[in-house]
Design a protein around this ligand. Structure first.
Ligand code: M6R
Length: 610
């Protein structure tokens, strides 16, 4: 995944592009670049290099770019290593056209062969470069827009593009096919970008392009058509995200800031969805009968969102009394899933742009299923392709490691399970009331955990040297174990496995010795004794135990020296609190090991290609 941005207006493009690019760095950070056009001279100037955006910034300070039209890119390499030649923008042979690309061109090899035979000279190993040469080929006698349209008919894959040509220095072209692209509507200036935060400094009015659309931006106009030339009229949406939400605000990393944002995010969801002692989802009302008629549920998601989905299974089966299947989107899409018109498919995604989840949704829709999305990003592909959307309202999540989006997804699932439970008369008014009262306490309890973060930091520092970690949990905290392990491995690169504690004797117990750190998630629970037995088995094999338990669980506390306590909480909602120490533990271990927490190696924030 990469980030693209483009600007046309009356101000110097490079400053705006650079600021926006910094907000897209979470999408890719192995190289970056920028091209601007000096209208007067009709000349294209370009700066690009490997490394993070700050290296591009230094280069621009030394060798500034001028011009009021430009495009820029932050790359996460797929084709060709991260070096200067492979960095975007890419140029045609005559250096008149520049493009930036997010996505993948599947048939680039054959196109490249043909273009080379026709005399085009390639400079990079990227798939992207074929696009600019194709446009060059047609731009000889067609306008930039028409040449782009013709080039698009040759491409297979998924892409979002930003294109400029010094032969038409009053136009910025954006193309969307399978990768996100947002148009920012300004005053005497217009922009495009891969994601909302990149545009917030300039405007909050945004148009979300759909697949197979081309936007031609001039300083004062936005003209959108489909690939086949049909005009598209779409009003801008007003984005309520604040620009400060996309800043670190004094925290050393976005991840730490986003961990701390969880109490207000959860509080906000509760305030919005609980009215007069009832869960109200106004957005579901028009579809209430349809939802009620469903006989089973199926959840699809990837990564952390999948773990939220696993928690959702326990919640929905317990509170709404419906069978729930949970599938990794990447698995769901390639088997023959048993979903039909009687199935409610819940697709969970922070970004709403994850390629596998979108493919799973399309597969489910083809089979007649009703799609409910749980998503964080307004206007994202998932929200447009689903029948109904429950937003998580977590604000922009910049750090690659998902934290606040995860707990917000679980909170929405808690509320939805209670809503469905009442609708299906599985829960009586009193039971719902009891659960809502418990849920309302969560933000305050989460705040309490954050206040104790220094203790978690010390435990993390004492364990950061371990070569591998095992996370164990049971029941509704089995997904917490999976999520804890994912958080640790993705930001600290320590091999970590999450397991259902009951599975210990079926294999993982063989791993235990004094070199293994084992995080045992053992909160107040009706199966507490089972967890205690597991802990004793690990102790007997000299595993280094860290226990996460609930205040007052003296018997569990007595089992190890390293204890992290969460406040007492209704067991069904405990994953909402357990998530915080797991996130903090991973964060502080990664810091101790000197890792780049917000931008872990090889990873990108949203996975828009398979
Ligand atoms: O945007 P999505 O929620 O669909 O993303 C799904 C996963 O790619 C994401 O949760 C990933 O696993 C995170 N890096 C985990 O922290």
């Amino acid at each position: 995944m990469c980030g693209i941005i483009g600007y046309i207006g009356e101000r110097q493009a490079s400053t705006i592009l650079l600021n926006g690019l910094k907000r897209l760095e979470y999408r890719g950070y192995d190289s970056s670049g920028m091209a601007t056009i000096l209208e007067r001279k009709k000349r294209l100037s370009i700066r690009k290099l490997p490394g993070k955006i700050r290296t591009l910034e230094k280069l621009l300070n030394k060798k500034p770019l001028t011009g009021t039209l430009g495009i820029a890119h932050t790359r996460w390499a797929t084709h060709g290593e991260p070096n200067k030649l492979n960095a975007h923008p890419h140029l045609d042979c005559k250096a008149e056209i520049a493009i930036v690309h997010n996505g993948i061109i599947e048939n680039y090899a054959e196109l490249k062969d043909e273009l080379i035979k026709e005399g085009h000279k390639f400079r990079s190993q990227t798939d992207t470069e074929v696009i600019v040469h194709l446009i060059e080929k047609y731009h000889t006698n067609l306008s930039l827009k028409e040449a782009t349209r013709k080039a698009l008919t040759k491409l297979k894959g998924s892409f979002a593009l930003g294109i400029v040509s010094c032969r038409e220095p009053d136009k910025l072209i954006g193309v969307r096919w399978g990768s996100p692209l947002v148009v920012g509507v300004g005053k005497n200036e217009n922009l495009l970008a891969s994601d909302i935060p990149a545009l917030l400094d300039v405007t909050k009015e945004m148009i979300f392009l759909e697949d197979e659309e081309i936007a031609v931006l001039t300083q004062n106009n936005i003209d959108i058509t489909t690939f086949s030339g049909i005009p598209v009229k779409r009003k801008p949406l007003h984005i309520t995200w604040d620009v400060s939400q996309a800043e670190r605000q004094g925290f050393s990393h976005f991840m730490l800031k986003e961990i701390h944002e969880q109490p207000p995010v959860l509080e906000g969801l509760l305030r919005q969805k609980i009215k007069d002692g009832e869960v109200i989802f106004a957005e579901l009302e028009p579809k209430r009968e349809e939802i009620l008629a469903k006989k089973s549920l199926c959840i699809v998601a990837c990564g952390t969102a999948y773990h939220a989905g696993l928690v959702g299974k326990y919640l929905l089966e317990e509170l709404a009394g419906l069978p729930v299947a949970v599938d990794l989107s990447s698995e769901f899409r390639y088997r023959n899933p048993l979903v039909d018109k009687d199935t409610l498919v819940i697709a969970i995604s922070q970004s709403g742009e994850t390629a596998d989840t979108l493919a799973a949704v399309r597969e489910a829709k083809n089979k007649g299923a009703f799609i409910l999305a749980i998503c964080n990003v307004l206007g994202s592909s998932l929200t447009r392709e689903s029948d109904v959307v429950l937003y998580t309202y977590a604000g922009p999540e910049i750090s690659v490691a998902s934290t606040k989006a995860y707990t917000a997804q679980i909170m929405v699932l808690c509320l939805f399970a209670l809503y469905l439970g009442r609708l299906r008369s599985v829960l009586c008014v009193e039971a719902q009331q009891k659960y809502l009262n418990a849920l309302k306490k969560i933000p305050q309890l989460a705040e309490k955990i954050l206040k104790e973060k220094d203790q978690i930091r010390r435990i993390a520092q004492r364990h950061a040297h371990f070569g591998s970690f095992l996370y164990l949990g049971r029941n509704i905290n089995y997904p917490s174990a999976l999520e804890g392990a994912l958080k640790l491995k993705e930001i600290s690169y320590i091999p970590a496995e999450g397991y259902a504690a009951g599975e210990m004797k079926h294999g993982p117990i063989a791993l235990i010795d004094e070199y293994r750190a084992v995080v045992c998630i053992a909160p107040q629970s009706r199966i507490r004794q089972k967890m205690i037995s597991n802990i004793q088995e690990i102790k007997a094999r000299r595993g280094k135990i860290i226990i996460i338990t609930t205040e007052g669980e003296e018997e569990v506390r007595g089992q190890a020296k390293e204890i992290i306590c969460i406040p007492s909480v209704e067991e069904l909602f405990s994953p909402l609190l357990i998530a915080l120490p797991l996130q903090l533990l991973a964060y502080y271990v990664a810091i101790k090991r000197g890792c780049n927490v917000d931008q872990p190696r090889n990873l990108a924030k949203s996975v828009t290609v398979e």
